[in-house]
Design a protein around this ligand. Structure first.
Ligand code: 8Y4
Length: 283
């Protein structure tokens, strides 16, 4: 279980992320109804409190997103996404000593987030939106490239692959090449298999089982499975009852070489990671 092929330190703006051991990325939820119940300040305070709790629990990154990528979710205008996310990023970078990741595909949000001190660009569309490559390149920040086919709205309409692992790997090779051509060196890239994105349950399980093969591309891997439907489908659990299934996958992802776990339940996941590290450190 020792297969470090990639670098151990990732420069994320003014912060360094230690990738010699697995790190936990906490998912920060921003509620979309910003004008209800007291408005923006209250919302920003709630987000900051949630983020502070995740950092206290051991998160090394906080992922902030202003667009829902759930199947069938409505498209959000760039201006609306920016209005939601910018004040939160500004507050988090001022108050917290961890990497703030921005979950966005929108060029203006990429640029503004970087200006406000974000340290990582997490794009489920892998910088395929018009202008996103150039925007990300100009920030000099690392980018997480996630595998997905189509758009969140239609990605789950009967996804089919002849060889999923080969297609995901080929997708990464192509995106790494395109990024390099746009001025984003491979050393700035993280890879993510994109669990739940344009994949059936069988696809998700098989890709999870074989994801260690993707490490041969030489880049750190980010994995997001927390509370996702693959856990719900296997265990027959609603979204609020998926913690133990999610923790099983977190431990298994670490065993398969994942560097960053994107999760809702930070404290519990940090225990999983620490326990594995203790065994790995033994004689
Ligand atoms: C319950 C819990 C039901 C979570 C659905 C979900 C990923 C990601 C998302 C991922 C990276 C989600 C922004 C979907 N998933 N970014 N983002 N990797 N890099 N759904 O797997 O969490 S949003």
């Amino acid at each position: 279980m020792t297969f470090l092929l990639h670098q151990t330190r990732l420069l994320c703006g003014n912060r360094v992320l230690d990738l010699s051991r697995p790190q936990v990325m906490g998912i920060l939820n921003i509620t979309p109804d910003s004008f209800s119940d007291g408005g923006r300040f209250k919302q920003r305070d709630a987000a900051l409190k949630h983020a502070q709790a995740m950092v206290a629990a051991g998160a090394a990154l906080i992922d902030v997103g202003g667009e829902s990528t759930r199947p069938g979710a409505r498209m959000v205008a760039a201006s609306e996404e920016l209005e939601r996310v910018a004040p939160i990023i500004e507050a988090l970078t001022a108050e917290l000593d961890v990497v703030i990741s921005v979950d966005t595909s929108t060029p203006v949000v990429i640029l503004e987030a970087a200006r406000l001190g974000a340290g990582l660009i997490n794009d489920v569309r892998s910088l395929r939106r018009e202008g996103a490559l150039a925007a990300a390149a100009s920030t000099e920040l690392p980018v997480c490239l996630m595998h997905m086919r189509g758009e969140p709205g239609d990605m789950q309409d009967n996804p089919q692959y002849s060889d999923l692992l080969v297609e995901v790997s080929d997708f990464f090779v192509d995106r790494i090449k395109t990024c390099a051509g746009a001025g984003i060196a491979a050393e700035r890239v993280l890879l993510d298999p994109g669990f739940g994105f344009a994949k059936s349950l069988a696809h998700n399980l098989s890709l999870f089982k074989h994801m260690d093969a993707l490490l041969r591309l030489g880049r750190p891997m980010l994995v997001g499975v927390s509370r996702k439907s693959m856990v719900g489908q296997v265990l027959g659990r609603e979204v609020d009852q998926r913690l133990f299934g999610s923790l099983a996958l977190a431990g298994l992802a670490v065993a398969k070489g994942a560097s960053i776990l994107r999760v809702h339940d930070v404290a519990e996941t940090v225990d999983v990671v620490r326990m594995i590290a203790a065994v790995e450190a033994a004689e």
